[in-house]
Design a protein around this ligand. Structure first.
Ligand code: PRP
Ligand code: URA
Length: 209
């Protein structure tokens, strides 16, 4: 399948530019990441089936449409994914949230797992992984491995920024996973940072260094 959806909506592109800007401080950065997750969630959920139910308006009964089909599971990759999950939870309040804690070893750039708590019924849910950055792809591939081992069958990936190297790794190892991103940048540097990117997403969100 090997699908990459670049979300070109003007509001998404505008807010992405604001978070790229190094002058944007943590408070505004967090707010923008949350807003971007909400805007981009429209595209990630566009395929969801609708079914009809009858409701009564103050004027008359009407058959109206609601989201049907599988329930949703949102899986933020800690830490930076948490800021996106907040926005998604506002939009889809019935979704379950699972957490996967990974950090990149600064020398090897390999993901190190430190936490995992997932819904028990992954196989019956539409899973959306959220993480602002897809750089080498190591963290996302590890998260997908964990989710598939635990039974997830239907997974989508939502990131704010992707590098070609990360997209290739996800496509090579999990070609069935559609990727949604606001932009595909040039490359990663020798420290595994996306160029031009936006710097270290976790540090900018939480004011660490
Ligand atoms: C960042 C980011 C991704 C990962 C991407 O997290 O949020 O999870 O790096 O890099 P990769 O594609 O090369 O794996 P980081 O490991 O810095 O942890 P943090 O969210 O706790 O800051
Ligand atoms: N993680 C980040 O936070 N930023 C990058 O550019 C790459 C990985």
């Amino acid at each position: 399948m090997k699908e990459v959806n670049v979300i070109e909506h003007p509001l998404v592109q505008h807010k992405l530019t604001l978070i790229r800007d190094k002058r944007t401080g943590s408070k505004e950065f967090r707010e923008l990441v949350r807003e971007l997750a909400i805007l981009m969630a429209y595209e990630v959920t566009r395929h969801l089936p609708l079914c009809e139910m009858e409701v009564e308006t103050p004027m008359a009964p009407v058959k109206a449409r609601v989201v049907g089909g599988s329930k949703i599971g949102i899986i933020p990759i800690l830490r930076a994914g948490l800021a996106m999950a907040g926005g998604m939870m506002d939009l889809i309040p019935t979704a379950c949230i699972g957490h996967i804690g990974l950090y990149r070893d600064p020398d090897t750039l390999e993901p190190v797992r430190y936490y995992c708590k997932l819904p028990g019924d992954l196989a019956f849910r539409e899973i959306i992984i959220v993480d602002p950055m897809l750089a080498t792809g190591g963290s996302v591939v590890e998260a997908i491995n964990i989710l598939k081992e635990e039974g997830a069958l239907n997974i989508r990936l939502l990131v704010l920024l992707a590098a070609p190297e990360g997209i290739k790794k996800v496509h090579d190892e999990h070609p069935d996973i559609p990727i949604y991103t606001a932009a595909v940048d040039e490359r990663i540097d020798h420290n595994g940072y996306i160029i031009p990117g936006l710097g270290d997403a976790g540090d900018r969100l939480y004011g660490t260094k």
